[in-house]
Design a protein around this ligand. Structure first.
Ligand SMILES: Cc1ncc(COP(=O)(O)O)c(C=O)c1O
Length: 749
C-alpha cells in the first residue's frame, strides 16, 4: 500500500527539530566519550529540575483527576459547560465556576483593549495542533503563507501537508530580529492567506515593541491578509520590553492567536493549547466561517479531559512568585550564555535575548579548520564534546546555531569547567580583571535597581552597583550579628524615618552593637544617601553590624562596628486585592529575638516559602499560648464583628512602626462612628478566624487585606470596607501627612 504524497508535497525535504535532535544524539560517541551529554537544543525545560510547574497547576489537575468526573470525552472545542448544566452534573469546583473557553477568553482579555468571548476560543492539543488547525483552515488551491526566517519548522511541515506554498520573509538580526516589512510587501499577493509572527520569538529570543507590532498589523491590513500570532512564549520576557499581545491590534487586522500552557506554566507534556480568533471586527464570526471551524474541531480529539477541567483554576490563580522565578532563571541563564559567547571567537550573538527560551548565534566558519557548515559543526560538537545544539539550517538559517537557554544556570557554569572534568575555579590575576567581571553583570542593566549605597568601611556613598559590597569578615556576614531597619521613600519624602531609626538603635542596644556614629550623623547619612540616589520612590534599608574583624564567635576581634545603607528603586502602591494566608508550621522566634530587628531571618524566610508553596501570600505565627502573633515580616490586625480594631500585643513580636502609626490614626474612624474602638489585646486563633476583617500591616504595604486564612474565608471573604478605610488613612498619611512623619529630601545638594 502506498500513502499518496499528493502533488506538490515536499514534506520529505523539511528537517524537523525532533528529527535533527535524534540524529545528533545518535552521533554522540558513547564508547569513546565518557562525558555527560549536555543538551542545549530542546525547548523543554522540564528536563532540568530547577524548572518545575507551580503547585497551583498540579493541584488543579490532581483535583480534576481524583474527582473521577473527567474520564469521559470532552466536547471537541473544549469544555464549554454552562453554569447550570455543570452544576447539574455535580462539577461544583471547576467549570461550574469558570467554563474552560471562558477562562481562556478572560485570561487573554486581561491584556487586550476589548473582551474576547468563549466563542472566540478553541482548545487544542498544545500550540502545535493550533498551528496545524490554522493551516488546515486556511488551505485552498493556490494559497501561500508568509513565514519568518528563521522560524519554527512545524509551520513549514504543516503547510507542506496542506499544500500551502511557503514564502519566507527575513527577520533582521541587526534590528533585534524585527520583521523585514519590505520583504513581506514584496512577497504577498492575492493568494496570501496569512503571515505568521512568533512573539516572544523562537528561535531568536526577541520581543517585539508595540510600535513594531503596530507596523506589522498595518502592513497585513494593507495586504489584506490576516496575522497568525504564535504567542506560545507569551509573557516569558525578562528584558526591557513588555510582552504586547498581537491581539491589541485586532481592530486593524484579524488575528489568530495561538498559545498554550506549555511554556509559561512549564508543562509542555500536558498538551493544552488554544486557537483564538482575536478579531473584534468579527471577520471570523461569519456563520460559514464559524461552521467550518466548528466542523474541523469535530475531527480533533483535544487534550485529555481532566487537563481541560483543571485549566480554569490554573488561569484564575496566576502564581506571580512562580512566574517571577522562571523569568529569573531564564535571565540568569541568558546572562551566563551571552557573556560566555563573547569569549568564543567563532560564534557571535547579534542580539541578546529578551524573552522566550532560545537564541540564534552566528557561526564564523573562517575561524574554524575542517568544519564545512553549521550541520558539520553541530555533529562534530555532539561527537567530540557531547554538547548538543541545533544547526541553524533546521530553523532556516544556514551557518547559524540555535541554542536553548532554558537550562539550569548552574549546569551552564559547570559547562564552563570543561565538560566532564573536575570543576576548576578561576583565579583572578588582578583586581582590574575582577572589577571588570563585577561590572559585567551590571553593564547590560539599563535602570539600576540599587542607585546608591553607603558604607562606613569605605567612608562614603557608592553609586556603582558593582562596588556595593560588604567585607566577608564582618560579624554580620558569618555570625548574623547585625540589626537592620527599613524606611520608605515616597514622592521624595522619607516616611517615618525617625521612628524607624529609633527602633533600629533600640535593636542595636539589644544586640550589643554600638553605633560608629551618633544618631544625628546616622540620620544625616541616610538623608544624604537618599538625595544622592535621586530615587523618589523606593526603600531605604540600613544595617548596624559588629563590623569586620576575625572569623571568631566573639566580636572582641571586631574593633569598629559598621553602618551600611542602600536605596532600592522599588515601586509600590496601595494594596486593594485580598490575599490568602496560612498558619505557619515553622516555629516563631522566642521573645528576645522576635522583638529585636536582627538579621537572623531564617524562620521568617522559611515561613514565607511555606506559604508560597501552598499558594498563599504569607503566613501567620501563633505563639506558644495559642495567641495570634504576627506575619513573617508584617504585623497583623483584625476588625471584630463589633467594629473593634484589634492588634496583638507587641510584647513577643516586633513592634511595627506602621502598625503603631495605624493605632494612632485609627481613632479618626472612631470619631466618625465607623469604628467602635481601637486596642491591642491577646486574640486566640478562633477569635481571630471569626473576625469580620483581617489585614497585614507593614512599611511598604502599608495595609494588605486578608480574605482567606487556612482556606477559610474571613468575614464574607471579600476585602473589608473598614480595612480599606484604614488603608486610605495610612496612605494619606504617607503621601500628605504632617512634617513630623515625613522628611522632605533635598535632591539638589
Ligand atoms: C514557536 C512555537 N510555536 C509552537 C510551539 C509548540 O507548542 P506546544 O508545545 O504547546 O505544542 C513551540 C514549541 O516549542 C514553539 O516554539
Amino acid at each position: 500500500m502506498e500513502i499518496s504524497n499528493g502533488g506538490i508535497d515536499n514534506t520529505g525535504s523539511i528537517i524537523t527539530i525532533k528529527g535533527m535532535l535524534s540524529l545528533l544524539m545518535q552521533s554522540v560517541d558513547d564508547e569513546k566519550n565518557e562525558k555527560k551529554v549536555i543538551s542545549l537544543a530542546m525547548g523543554d525545560p522540564t528536563v532540568h529540575s530547577c524548572f518545575h510547574t507551580t503547585h497551583v497547576a498540579t493541584e488543579a489537575v490532581a483535583e480534576a483527576l481524583l474527582s473521577e468526573k473527567f474520564n469521559g470525552y470532552a466536547p471537541t472545542v473544549g469544555l464549554p459547560l454552562t453554569r447550570s448544566n455543570a452544576c447539574n452534573l455535580g462539577l461544583q469546583n471547576l467549570e461550574c465556576v469558570f467554563p474552560l473557553d471562558r477562562a481562556i477568553a478572560e485570561y487573554l482579555s486581561r491584556d487586550l483593549p476589548y473582551k474576547l468571548t468563549p466563542d472566540d476560543v478553541f482548545v487544542t492539543s498544545g500550540c502545535t495542533q493550533a498551528i496545524d488547525v490554522a493551516m488546515a483552515l486556511l488551505s485552498r488551491p493556490g494559497a501561500n503563507i508568509l513565514l519568518p526566517r528563521p522560524g519554527f519548522p512545524i509551520y513549514e511541515l504543516s503547510a507542506a501537508f496542506r499544500h500551502i506554498e511557503v514564502r519566507h520573509f527575513d527577520l533582521l538580526p541587526d534590528k533585534g530580529w524585527e520583521v523585514d516589512l519590505d520583504d513581506i510587501e514584496s512577497l504577498a499577493d492575492q493568494n496570501t492567506v496569512a503571515l505568521v509572527i512568533i512573539n516572544p520569538g523562537n528561535p531568536c529570543g526577541n520581543v517585539y515593541s508595540y510600535q513594531h507590532l503596530q507596523k506589522i498589523a498595518e502592513t497585513a491590513n494593507k495586504l489584506k491578509t490576516l496575522v497568525i500570532a504564535d504567542e506560545v512564549y507569551g509573557h516569558l520576557v525578562f528584558g526591557d520590553k513588555p510582552f504586547v499581545p498581537m491581539g491589541v491590534f485586532g481592530s486593524t487586522v484579524p488575528i489568530l492567536t495561538l498559545g498554550s500552557l506549555s511554556k509559561r506554566w512549564i508543562v509542555p507534556g500536558w498538551r493544552l493549547g488554544w486557537f483564538v480568533t482575536t478579531d473584534p471586527c468579527g471577520m471570523f464570526r461569519k456563520p460559514k466561517v464559524v461552521e467550518r471551524m466548528k466542523k474541523y474541531f469535530d475531527i480533533l480529539g483535544g487534550p485529555a479531559t481532566f487537563i481541560q477541567a483543571a485549566v480554569p483554576s490554573i488561569l484564575q490563580q496566576p502564581d506571580e512568585v512562580f512566574f517571577k522565578k522562571t523569568l529569573n532563571l531564564l535571565k540568569q541563564s541568558v546572562d551566563i550564555c551571552y557573556n560566555k559567547i563573547k569569549e568564543i571567537p567563532c560564534i557571535s550573538c547579534p542580539h541578546k535575548p529578551e524573552g522566550s527560551m532560545a537564541v540564534m548565534l552566528k557561526l564564523n566558519l573562517s575561524l574554524l579548520d575542517d568544519i564545512s557548515d553549521d550541520i558539520d559543526f553541530c555533529f562534530k560538537l555532539a561527537k567530540e564534546e557531547s554538547v548538543i545544539i541545533l544547526p541553524g539550517t533546521a530553523v532556516g538559517l544556514k551557518n547559524w546555531l540555535r541554542v536553548t537557554f532554558a537550562v539550569d544556570p548552574y549546569s551552564l557554569e559547570e559547562l564552563e569547567a570543561e565538560n566532564g572534568s573536575e570543576f576548576k575555579a578561576h583565579v583572578f590575576s588582578s583586581s582590574s580583571e575582577l572589577l571588570q567581571k563585577l561590572q559585567e553583570k551590571w553593564s547590560s542593566v539599563k535602570k539600576k535597581p540599587y542607585p546608591a549605597m553607603y558604607s562606613s568601611i569605605f567612608g562614603g556613598i557608592i553609586l556603582d552597583p558593582a562596588m556595593m559590597v560588604i567585607p566577608i569578615d564582618d560579624h554580620m556576614v558569618h555570625r548574623g550579628h547585625g540589626v537592620f531597619d527599613t524606611a520608605i521613600i515616597l514622592d521624595g519624602y522619607l516616611y517615618e524615618l525617625d521612628v524607624h531609626l529609633d527602633r533600629f538603635l533600640r535593636s542595636a542596644v539589644s544586640a550589643r552593637i554600638s553605633s560608629p556614629f551618633p544618631r544625628s550623623t546616622l540620620r544625616s547619612i541616610l538623608v544624604q544617601l537618599t538625595a544622592a540616589s535621586q530615587c523618589k520612590k523606593g526603600t531605604l534599608r540600613f544595617w548596624l553590624t559588629a563590623g569586620p574583624g576575625d572569623f571568631l564567635l566573639s566580636p572582641a576581634g571586631c574593633p569598629t562596628s559598621a553602618f551600611y545603607a542602600v536605596v532600592i528603586d522599588d515601586d509600590f502602591s496601595q494594596c486593594k486585592e485580598g490575599v490568602k494566608v496560612i498558619t505557619s508550621s515553622i516555629p516563631m522566634k522566642p521573645r528576645l529575638f522576635a522583638t529585636v530587628k536582627n538579621v537572623n531571618y531564617l524562620p521568617n524566610v522559611l515561613a514565607k516559602m511555606e506559604a508560597e508553596d501552598k499558594g498563599a501570600s504569607a503566613s501567620i505565627w501563633i505563639d506558644e499560648d495559642g495567641y495570634v502573633a504576627e506575619g513573617p515580616n508584617v504585623n497583623v490586625a483584625f476588625i471584630t464583628h463589633d467594629k473593634e480594631l484589634v492588634l496583638p500585643f507587641f510584647d513577643k513580636i516586633l513592634s511595627g512602626c506602621t502598625a503603631k502609626r495605624l493605632l494612632e490614626l485609627a481613632p479618626k474612624l472612631v470619631e466618625q462612628g465607623r469604628l467602635k474602638s481601637v486596642k491591642t489585646a491577646n486574640l486566640t486563633v478562633d477569635e481571630a478566624k471569626g473576625a469580620a476583617e483581617m489585614m497585614y500591616v507593614g512599611s511598604t504595604l502599608p495595609l494588605l487585606p486578608i480574605t482567606v486564612w487556612d482556606e477559610q474565608p474571613i468575614g464574607d471573604g471579600n476585602v473589608g470596607e473598614l480595612t480599606m478605610a484604614l488603608s486610605d488613612l495610612l496612605w494619606e498619611d504617607m503621601v500628605a501627612g504632617p512634617e513630623t512623619q515625613r522628611h522632605c529630601v533635598s535632591y539638589d545638594q
